[in-house]
Ligand binder design. Structure first.
Ligand SMILES: [Zn+2]
Length: 235
């Protein structure tokens, strides 16, 4: 256990809104301190002393853990108890005062943004939203429209930040098989697009969404006796 590395990981996870990693790093740091481990330098370029560092680490861990649990406990990652102030990533538009009304009005890709300056949530306003981007956040009516258009949709999506794994179901002679596509969302002018090209900073997130997709497929491959063991999934 390297407390300095773990402290860095905790902060990086918080900035990336990677709440599972926040919980994991905070938990590791707290156990380390509880077992008389020396605290990390909380301000690496400035020695603050053991007491300061220990106090800051405990406080940050407790704050971050509480926040992460509230985000993870909500189906859409909208933590309870945080005032819902929403603005568009692209323009100056402000959203309505609740998540539900925002979805009804056509806002998409709403994300808790604890390190934003003035608002608590970012989203894509109706004008800038791509309604197909995040089907999980569409209203039931919209979802039916998409179904009616006979558009094939993934059975599951795993998303961390801008990296997304979409899990697709295929009927084959051996029963249901799953394929996974990995993409990175990015802005091109006013449009959201996706690509299968990843930068250095994306790679750990790619590994995480792939890991979670793999777990999901195993948990949902209950039908056939062969399971999907040994079956190589297409990427
Ligand atoms: Zn907008």
């Amino acid at each position: 256990m390297d407390p300095q590395e773990t402290w860095k990981r905790l902060i990086a996870a918080f900035i990336a809104y990677d709440w599972d990693a926040v919980l994991e790093s905070a938990d590791a740091l707290q156990s380390w301190l509880n077992n008389e481990g020396f605290p990390p330098e909380t301000i690496p370029e400035q020695r603050m002393g053991c007491d300061w560092n220990r106090t800051v680490v405990y406080a940050v861990c407790s704050y971050a853990t509480d926040l992460a649990r509230r985000v993870l406990n909500d189906e859409y990652g909208i933590p309870i108890g945080i005032p819902f102030s929403l603005s568009c990533r692209e323009c100056d538009a402000f959203g309505p005062e609740s998540f539900e009304s925002a979805i009804c009005e056509g806002w998409r890709a709403i994300e808790f943004a604890p390190n934003a300056v003035a608002e608590n949530f970012f989203g894509d306003c109706p004008e800038h939203a791509n309604p197909e981007l995040l089907p999980a956040l569409t209203t039931p009516n919209k979802e039916n429209d998409i179904m009616a258009n006979d558009k094939k949709r993934p059975v599951e999506e795993v998303r961390i930040g801008r990296i997304r794994a979409a899990i697709w179901e295929n009927q084959t002679e051996q029963g249901v098989r799953h394929n996974v596509t990995i993409s990175r969302l990015y802005k091109d002018g006013n449009d959201w697009k996706d690509t299968a090209s990843f930068g250095r900073e994306d790679l750990l997130l790619v590994a995480k969404v792939v890991d979670q997709a793999h777990t999901w497929i195993y948990e949902h491959a209950n039908g056939s006796a062969n399971g999907e063991n040994g079956h190589s999934e297409e990427f």
